[in-house]
Design a binder for this molecule. Structure first.
Ligand SMILES: Nc1ncnc2c1ncn2[C@@H]1O[C@H](COP(=O)(O)OP(=O)(O)OP(=O)(O)O)[C@@H](O)[C@H]1O
Length: 320
């Protein structure tokens, strides 16, 4: 066992994962999750999230690199790691004839120090459904049953693979609240999700995977700060784009005009906005509809996903 477990509950160093046909789904990624942190792995379909999480859960071996969970190797030291972790897979397979309570009871039989069945079901809001057969549950209720099972052993580290897929807006918010409560009691969480809002709301830090590599990482604010902010306004009557201060000097990296509306993209939003306002004052005009906003996580993600689509198109062209 390594000694840094109080600092980093998950350590991933130069991880590679290769499938049978030689396809490299994870191409050398490095990240860590600190104790008590919620860390989100984002990425388009096929980016390598599940392939990574499966290695962390001890379900698959890395082709290269090193992985530690709570200071131990999750595969070769499974008996040490497994009792201290909770896993919610993308597809939990339950015997469909059992009731919800029977399913949890069965699982509790395999979990050391399991919570009482009622407590686990109440945590995820399934208490009133305890006598219903699993086959009668909705997709969202099954996700919550998955979560109840992952929480049974009161884990130190929780792996949540797309925990709110199939849940309606209220169910999603309830799950977010639960994950935050778990964090308050000291649980560390590694989350994969397709919902950018989920990462924005929950994650202390995140990584965006792109074709098996980490394309961006940091706090949600750091990742969005890597994208240009937007400034839009209406050109005052009688003025043209060329009358504004030189765009290059405002740190503007892109601009467009639709009718009288001008949209600028800049990494130096404060300087650009100040210069524009000073220009407007000096010319005695108003910038109607002035709107200054930072990039959202969604924009950061779409730029990376867009690059993904462009790369795929390029590969198709090369292949053709
Ligand atoms: N058993 C397998 N054999 C071969 N290739 C696989 C296998 N499982 C996954 N892959 C490929 O590895 C890549 C990464 O898949 P992975 O499931 O890790 O992506 P993901 O980011 O979790 O995607 P999603 O968001 O769709 O769940 C994909 O190109 C996928 O087709």
């Amino acid at each position: 066992m390594d000694t840094n477990e109080h600092e980093h509950v998950i350590e991933v160093t130069d991880l590679r994962r290769v499938y049978g046909g030689g396809f490299e789904a994870v191409r050398g990624i490095t990240f860590h999750v600190k104790r008590g942190e919620i860390f989100a792995l984002l990425g388009t379909n096929g980016a390598g999230k599940t392939s990574t999480v499966e290695v962390l859960e001890g379900l698959a071996a890395p082709a290269a690199g090193r992985v530690r969970v709570l200071g131990s190797d999750p595969r070769t030291e499974r008996s040490v790691v497994r009792p201290r972790t909770g896993v919610m897979l993308q597809e939990g397979g339950f015997p469909s004839e059992l009731t919800v309570a029977e399913t949890v009871r069965m699982w509790a039989g395999c979990t050391s120090g399991a919570r009482p069945v009622d407590e686990a079901l109440d945590l995820v809001g399934l208490g009133p459904r305890s006598r219903v057969r699993v086959k009668q549950l909705s997709g969202g209720e099954r996700r919550r049953l998955d979560l109840a099972l992952a929480l049974l052993g009161d884990p130190e580290v929780l792996f949540l693979d797309e925990p709110t897929t199939g849940l309606d807006a209220e169910g999603r918010r309830d799950t977010w609240e639960l994950v935050r409560r778990l964090q308050e009691t000291g649980t560390s969480v590694l989350l994969t999700t397709h919902y950018l809002e989920e990462a924005e709301v929950l994650a202390d830090r995140l990584a965006i995977l792109h074709q098996g590599r980490i394309a961006a990482t940091g706090t949600p604010a750091e990742v969005t700060a890597s994208q240009p902010a937007r400034i839009s306004f209406e050109l005052p009557a009688g003025y043209f784009l060329g009358d504004l201060p030189a765009l290059g000097e405002l740190g503007v990296v892109g601009h467009e005009q639709a009718g009288r509306t001008v949209r600028l993209r800049t990494y130096e939003v404060q300087r650009a906005a100040t210069e524009l306002l000073v220009w407007a004052r000096d010319n005695g005009v108003e910038l109607h509809g002035l709107d200054v906003r930072s990039a959202s996580l969604e924009e950061a993600f779409l730029r990376i996903a867009g690059r993904n689509a462009a790369d795929a198109a390029e590969k198709t062209e090369v292949a053709a």
